[in-house]
Design a protein around this ligand. Structure first.
Ligand code: NAD
Length: 366
């Protein structure tokens, strides 16, 4: 009799625990809610449509200076009107339980302010590249997120792009032998002189701040090393009205502890999108390397001998969904995102050294 009662109690307790577990799992399975800050070209045309490819992420709020655009976008993506904010009312997002992550997709000089305000509102932050316009801003962003106990991730989508992931895997596996040299050039023709990208106060710099970040990232993730010195040269026609405030073309060399060298370039006066790794036993080459789609990759001993088949999609169905879901899973599990604020800060330290080297005409030790 006594045993039966105990069994009954045990069974009831097990059932309760299972139910509680079920509830916890259900709560866990709720998609992580994103607020998109900035309905410009990247936010509106590239990121928002990608929530349809996400498993763990959904858009739950919008922040825009243009009410009509925000209303139309909210209707399209099923965001309730109460979850539309302006830049002035942004801080009220703290009271919105549907928002877990604030995704900052604004001009570069606004990244720090909105990241810090989001962290103070108790939200996790995804911030577009470049992380900010100075090392000091990056440090303040990291500190704000740490103080608030919130995650900070940078929108380095190439870490979720299948060809780049495969190139990194091959390079680490020694497919090209000992890495000796990496080359990466990124650029596009910037035609409109009125763009914020050409206004230093908003962009923080020219092509380096925009496309150069891809070349710099490629140098670091293809070698798997941190540079110890940088030598840079700027070539800009300052009489061109597009380049009164920021650089057009800048070229820099990074030296790595292993003896490998990376030669990088960014420009606003030609279309370029390329990564090449040379090792003592072969090469890995991507061109286009970091586009939204249509990237290609080759391996070979002397040149482009073998085109890589389309690699399986990375952790998401697309690089963008992979990135959004990675942050969602980081928020859920408490793990650090693979491209955290510290990763953005590392790049910004090098970016500042590149500008300094070009300005002073000398090698800067890192
Ligand atoms: P964009 O000009 O198309 O959009 C900028 C948005 O910011 C607009 O909605 C604009 O209204 C808003 N804004 C608010 N205050 C502003 C001000 N004072 N001046 C200008 N605009 C203001 O720019 P974008 O191409 O969407 O770039 C936004 C950010 O996203 C940049 O940091 C950029 O580097 C980044 N980005 C990343 C990728 C990527 O592949 N990861 C691609 C494109 C852009």
């Amino acid at each position: 009799m006594e045993l039966g009662r105990r069994d009954l109690l045990l069974a009831a307790a097990t059932l309760l625990a299972a139910q509680a577990g079920g509830i916890a799992r259900a709560a866990d399975d709720r998609k992580i809610g994103y607020a998109i800050v900035g309905l410009g070209s990247y936010g509106l045309n590239t990121i928002l449509p990608q929530f349809a490819n996400c498993e763990h992420s959904q858009v739950t709020a919008l922040v825009s200076g243009d009410r009509a655009k925000a209303l139309a976008t909210a209707a399209r993506y099923g965001v309730p009107e109460r979850s539309i904010y302006s830049y002035e009312t942004f801080d009220q997002i703290r009271d919105n339980p549907d928002v877990d992550v604030v995704y900052v997709i604004l001009p570069n000089s606004m990244h720090a302010e909105y990241t810090i305000r989001a962290a103070k509102a108790g939200k996790h932050v995804m911030c577009e590249k470049p992380m900010a316009v100075s090392v000091a801003e990056c440090e303040a962003m990291i500190a704000a997120c740490k103080t608030a106990g919130r995650k900070l991730m940078i929108g380095y989508r190439c870490h979720f792009e299948p060809y780049n992931l495969e190139a990194m895997r091959l390079a680490r596996a020694g497919a090209a032998g000992k890495v000796r040299y990496v080359r990466s050039e990124h650029g596009f023709v910037q035609r409109d002189p009125s763009k914020w990208r050409l206004k230093k106060a908003l962009s923080g710099g020219g092509s380096l701040m925009d496309m150069g970040v891809y070349s710099l990232q490629a140098a670091r993730y293809m070698t798997g090393e941190e540079p110890i010195a940088v030598t840079a040269r700027d070539s800009t026609d300052r009489t061109d009205p597009r380049f009164h405030e920021v650089e057009d073309m800048i070229e820099w060399t990074l030296e790595f502890p292993s003896g490998a060298i990376a030669s990088c370039l960014s420009m606003y006066s030609a279309n370029q999108n390329h990564i090449l790794l040379m090792g003592d036993q072969g090469r890995i080459e991507l061109e286009p390397a970091t586009r939204y789609g249509g990237n290609r990759m080759w391996t070979g001993k002397d040149g482009r001998e073998q085109e890589a088949p389309t690699p399986p999609p990375g952790p998401g169905r697309t690089q963008f969904a992979g990135q959004l879901d990675h942050m969602a899973l980081s928020v859920r599990s408490g793990a650090e995102p693979i491209v955290s604020g510290e990763e953005g800060l590392r790049d910004m330290r090098i970016v500042e050294a590149i500008y300094r080297s070009a300005r002073e005409g000398r090698t800067i030790k890192l």
